[in-house]
Design a protein around this ligand. Sequence first.
Ligand SMILES: Cc1ncc(COP(=O)(O)O)c(C=O)c1O
Length: 402
Amino acid sequence: MKIDEHVLKTYLRAPEVFVEGRGATLYDADGRTWIDFLSGIAVSALGHGHARLAAAIADQATRAIHVSNLFRHPYTEEVAARLARLTGLEAVFFANSGAEANEAALKLARKFQRTAGRPERSSFLALEGAFHGRTLGALSLTHNEKYRQPFGPLLECRWVPPGDAGRLEAALVEERPAALFVEPIQGEAGVRDVPLDYLRAARELCTRTGTVLVHDEVQAGCGRTGTFLAGDAAGVKPDVVTLAKPIAAGLPLGACVVARDFAHVLQPGDHGSTFAGGPLACRAALVFLEELEEHGLQQAVVERGAELDRGLRAIAREFPLVTELRGRGLMRGVRLREGAEEVQQDLYRRGLILNRTGGDVLRLLPPYVITRDELASGLALLRAALAARSQPARSNPARAGA
Ligand SMILES: Cc1ncc(COP(=O)(O)O)c(C=O)c1O
């Protein structure tokens, strides 16, 4: 029997079988090691084998794993209060994933418009390159035609190019959508930075046109870029922000966090989820948030992010193969002129895990706990793979400002 014979082929799995990890290092069954620059696609913020997290999960498992949302639980309430404070928003709907957090935002936006006497405002606007998840609602907003085409008809959605505030204004006025969805940094599109002044313009235009502004921070949020929200860099508060991936450090948890004016839109029975926001996931989320806020982890992201930036700039100067550096903090993209897939595979062989998005962009999403040495070793592997692929140039005028 083939090993994965009974697993649906929705993922192209690499052959590596990792059995455990410590920090930002993963081990296979033969004891071979890899440096993890991927964190299970932006999830394992506390790395692997985190002692405090493991102890909290083990302790919680002996108390209550699940009680249902029919009852209150202190950890659920504490995580919600922290998220409200950290986002500057008001209240949280818990989900189990990024797509589910976005589903909540979609429903909330439609009900908000309906309650305001504008039931015709049921369509959505998103940005070219957008990825918001794979459930039918979230998929409707995902820009890549290849992902959507087999599953229509979907919700009505239009896309505008990020960076063009004029086109955005025209679309908001003509389409009168329920909501605009924006990823402040578009992870799946190749770690594309949405300009900060565009984020500010989008805020202003949504307020002016009565459009609900949703920031999807499922990948960029929760401290990864150096601030709790990537949108904080623009000084912008959306009406709704969606979070997931690292929020419970590897256990499934998502959150749809809403501003005060939206906190009473969803009423009992309007939305729900049996598992979401339960004691186990929230206990883990609490450990993550405490590490971030009280144990110096946010500061570590800022410091490692600066080291990563310096290392990547040096690599970009050395290799003309690198055409662009993207992202901030510990969410970085390295765009290559050619050969990104081969470089990624070569890196696996050399012992560095990362992946590729947008076709030609190597995506780096290391755990927040990565050490200075692990980061330096990973960068050395990246440099070696690029050296093997290209002729290093002494100076690369095209990258002089990189
Ligand atoms: C910005 C963004 N939104 C939503 C999702 C979907 O999250 P999930 O896979 O947890 O449903 C992703 C996943 O990559 C994402 O990057």
